[in-house]
Write a protein that binds this ligand. Sequence first.
Ligand code: TXA
Ligand code: MG
Length: 340
Amino acid sequence: MSRSMIRIKGTLLLNDHKNSIARAARIIRRGGLVAFPTETVYGLGASATDTEAVKKIFTAKGRPPDNPLIVHLSDQKQLRSVAREIPDTAYLLIEKYWPGPLSLVLQRSKNIPEVVSAGLPTVAVRMPDHRVALNLIRLSRVPIAAPSANWSGRPSPTDFRHVLEDLSGRIDAVIKSNVCAIGVESTVLDLTGSEPVILRPGGLSRERLEETLGCHIRLAGSGANIEQPSSPGMRYRHYSPLAPLILVTGAINRRRRLLNTLACHYNRKGFVVGMLNFTIQPNFSPEIETGLLAAKLFLALRQLDARKVDLILAEETETTGLGLAVMNRLRKAAARTFKV
Ligand code: TXA
Ligand code: MG
């Protein structure tokens, strides 16, 4: 058996060479499910124009059916076939940030079945900045609908091994490639209202978007309607490691003191405690530092699971750059948050 033919509980493990990607594309065209790398996290792809194939994504992941998927393109020309009434702002952002970690919510075209968008009249679209993902979409000759390739509620996968941990035996194939460089999912920006709104902070920072559009961009769920989820996916508990995660926020000295107290308390009780410390080095740029944190966040959560810790203590980080995405994921992963 060749190395590109290994199966794990029935899931085909493919390498990222051209022939293997072509094989994965045939699986997509026939209505199957393929996990593939992107620059953010691994995605679980199916043909975005095939209702039955898209339904399989929800089953394989245990995903609630009211949480819409992102449609992935390999060519800007595909945009008009998946979305309509595309505003000029979209083209401005696409020119600058595609391929890249920016998903745009636009009006959905009839070519994209309702199931992709969980019945919404809109569709989220992005072009991933990854050779394997782009080739897979190109060779499939269809846009690919893909959520992150994890079991629903678990940390997103940044390595093919994480995909197998959660989904082996539940999907047709996974393409093994390099680790996802950005490490958190794309920024989801809604362009269907009177002003752009960030529905999910992610791999493209709010500062860069604001600089490009020349205006302040609101973050959904901040301000008065903090409890009101505007992106359906934001309503569920997410990104959760197996052990409960306690997040400590507040001024650095006070939160460090509480973290130490909690660590001592639980150690004395015989708990194995895992720590997620986010020290930003003062002599580095916060943008670069938060990017490094983001790249390791989901990996760190899965590594703590592998160490079988009983409890994870995590510390607040800055919300500049990708820190906004890191804090968003930590808040959702947390079983409890202490503010001191
Ligand atoms: O980086 C990424 O975005 C990764 C890779 C695989 O591309 N994908 C990803 O997909 O993170 P998923 O399904 O895990 O997250 C998609 C997010 C959810 O919060 C969902 O609610 C939101 O995008 N979303 C999708 N379509 C939407 C729509 N039409 N309106 C509002 N929110 C939408
Ligand atoms: Mg996800």
